[in-house]
Design a protein around this ligand. Structure first.
Ligand code: 5RP
Length: 225
């Protein structure tokens, strides 16, 4: 199976965990796109009523176009389940997210959810984190100085740029710096250091926050809890 087929597989599997009436956090990315399509099918064919809390403008637009009711994170009093993708998941279920530059809103929705599920193709499962560059969302003002500090710390930063040579902007109009850290031996220590740096709005380590992972494998979806 191709990577896209595995993403579609887990997207379809994930929506089986959604019940009528639920408030569901909707992540961002190509895997989530398949999941939102599958949710749209359920809304259309089964008439289930779902409130979606999207984590990006992209996901909000897609969900609305499929007839899914969309509310902002501050318009709901709870979120039952958030379903999101991930860039890397280690064997102890820690994750790196933000490949789609949405990790700030994704983390806000995740920490306000009763349960969090990640859906990934099998290439995302790793022994330890750090091969995928770790994204930081940073305030543009002073980001050059912050960059130098991260460089001096040996974290190998790189501004994420568009094809036209402009800084990638998040939905909050911030910049993204990717850290080419290599193997991360102590994710909690690194997360603490990064979030203490002035100008860092959020970092992409998602630690101790997932309840269920669905892994797309050629022989079918594997549900890990
Ligand atoms: C966006 C994310 C995505 O969940 C992550 O990048 C995975 O994306 P994809 O499903 O396209 O591989 O964190 O900020």
């Amino acid at each position: 199976m191709t990577q896209d087929e595995l993403k579609e597989l887990v997207g379809k599997e994930a929506v089986k965990f959604i019940d009528d009436g639920m408030v569901v956090g909707l992540g961002t990315g190509s895997t989530v796109k398949f999941m939102v399509d599958a949710l749209g099918e359920r809304v259309k064919n089964e008439g289930i009523k779902i409130t979606g809390v999207p984590t990006s403008d992209r996901t909000a637009k897609q969900a609305r176009s499929l007839g899914i009711t969309v509310k902002g994170v501050d318009e709901v009093d709870h979120i039952d389940l958030t379903i999101d993708g991930a860039d890397e998941i280690s064997s102890d279920f820690q994750g790196i997210k933000g490949g789609g530059a949405a990790h700030l809103f994704e983390k806000i929705v995740a920490i306000n959810s009763s349960k969090v599920m990640w859906i990934v193709d099998e290439s995302k499962m790793v022994d330890s984190l750090g091969k995928f560059p770790l994204p930081l969302e940073v305030i543009p003002y002073g980001s050059g100085q912050l960059f130098k500090k991260l460089e001096a710390k040996g974290l190998h930063p790189e501004f994420r740029m568009t094809k036209d040579g402009n800084n990638v902007l998040t939905d909050s109009k911030n910049y993204v710096i990717d850290l080419h850290t290599g193997k991360i031996d102590n994710p909690h220590e690194l997360a603490d250091y990064l979030i203490q740096q002035v100008g860092v709005v959020e970092q992409g380590l998602f630690l101790d926050m997932v309840n269920t992972v669905i892994v797309g494998r050629s022989n079918g979806p594997e549900v890990l809890q």
